[in-house]
Write a protein that binds this ligand. Structure first.
Ligand code: HEC
Length: 392
């Protein structure tokens, strides 16, 4: 926030020095308002989100009717605040791929929680409630600037270290989140396992801080301190991360699509057939780069459709880090924005494969009708087949 404030102040100070025609001023005005709109709406979501945290203290479910009413009130209030973000007039984030879809996914989450409470399925409501912070985190580690928000009054002491980390990351209090996740990874009684906690920390280090040297040092220190409590699998994963961070230190990363593709090629291909772990750090770096590229107004159409497909592909390989809906969001957007292209077809094939896998169990594959209908629509778009049903 500080950097933007400084920039605005600087602009105000310089302003009288230039002679700007008044028509120009009018045209520029909405632009100048853009960032603060999303930020101020988000800030309003902070209070209800803070109130929500009481539901994560010593709770495994929602029992009393008072609690249910309270939860419904808070979710209602959050939902209203986020409507404000969706409806915000032309914000600079609006055209950035995935932004609006993530907000829509957040909206359906609010509806799920309220629906669960209304129809007496409290455990479903509570389960969905726990996915809320992941939505905030997915967005804040994708689009927003590096700046931090800080609430000096709230220390979240009564939450478990992992929940505390989730709260801080969801509200962009990055350095506090970092400490909490490391604490969670190092405490055996934590509510999340070592790797889950460390992945959150990694997300911050790779996508926001982007400081491989410091991250490597921190991970080294963590490893040395906790080695005796780690199992073989955890050790292997952490050593893999350390190696990838070290390689990153020596690399010069260009801001280009070719660079993102290079990172993905190396990151997704297993170099050792017996050791099938992909290099999550390289894949995460590629996503950060793809997001940066997709925010550029000068990106060509061809690059943009490739970027959308690659984001969908990358997120399909990172299920431990973000909300489940993320790959679908980018693949669907690629198909809808660029029908009948090579990238749309690839997106469709991946989407179809993921959906089939998702609905396959020991009894075979059973995809619900409404999903099949949507898949057919996307198939026809991707392959340029006229939609006859729609014309009747
Ligand atoms: C669709 C993306 C998106 C989602 C989802 C999202 N945010 Fe944000 N949030 C942003 C962006 C972008 C900013 C930074 C705005 C700016 O400074 O331009 C931000 C900033 C914030 C800030 C900092 C405000 C400040 O004054 O610096 C808070 C607090 C916040 N969000 C809370 C939340 C919470 C809580 C959730 C989840 C319930 C959430 N956000 C979900 C995109 C999102």
């Amino acid at each position: 926030m500080r950097r933007v404030l400084l920039a605005t102040t600087a602009m105000l100070l310089l302003f009288p020095l230039f002679h700007i025609p008044s028509t120009h001023l009018v045209a520029e005005e909405p632009q100048a308002e853009e960032a603060p709109i999303v930020r101020s709406k988000m800030k309003k979501a902070y209070k209800p989100f803070l109130e929500l945290q009481t539901f994560f203290v010593e709770h495994e479910e929602i029992t009393s009717s008072e609690e249910q009413e309270e939860l419904e009130r808070i979710v209602d209030s959050l939902e209203k605040k986020f409507h404000g973000v969706i409806d915000a007039p032309k914000s600079k984030y609006r055209d950035i791929p995935g932004f609006t879809s993530t907000l829509q996914s957040l909206n359906s989450l609010f509806r799920d929680i309220k629906g669960g409470l209304k129809w007496g399925n409290e455990s479903w409501a509570y389960w969905r409630l726990r996915a809320l912070a992941s939505h905030c985190i997915t967005c804040h580690t994708s689009y927003a600037p590096k700046m931090q928000f800080y609430d000096p009054e709230y220390s979240a002491e009564n939450l478990t270290p992992f929940r505390r980390g989730e709260f801080f990351l969801a509200t962009r209090q990055f350095s506090r989140a970092e400490k909490a996740f490391l604490e969670s990874a190092g405490s055996p009684e934590s509510s999340a396992d070592v790797l889950t906690s460390l992945r959150r920390w990694l997300l911050l280090s790779v996508r926001i801080q982007r400081t491989p040297k410091e991250a490597g040092k921190t991970l080294d220190a963590f490893y040395r301190q906790h080695e005796k409590n780690l199992n073989q699998y955890e050790k292997e994963v952490i050593l893999g991360w350390k190696e990838s961070l070290r390689a990153w230190e020596g690399e010069h990363e260009e801001d280009s699509l070719a660079e993102a593709e290079r990172l993905l090629n190396v990151g997704l291909r297993s170099s050792d057939l017996l050791y099938d772990e992909q290099d999550d750090i390289r894949v995460l770096r590629a996503t950060a780069l793809l997001h940066r590229l997709s925010e550029s107004k000068t990106q060509t159409e061809q690059d943009r459709r490739r970027t959308l497909y690659l984001l969908g592909l990358s997120y399909s390989k990172l299920p431990h880090f973000f909300i489940n809906e993320l790959p679908d969001i980018y693949l669907e957007q690629c198909i809808r924005e660029y029908p009948n292209t090579k990238e749309a077809k690839r997106s469709y094939r991946l989407l179809k494969e993921m959906t089939t896998l998702g609905f396959t169990g020991s009894g075979g594959t059973r995809i619900p009708d409404y999903i099949n209908l949507k898949l057919r629509e996307l198939h026809n778009l991707a392959y340029g087949i006229p939609d006859f049903d729609a014309r009747v």
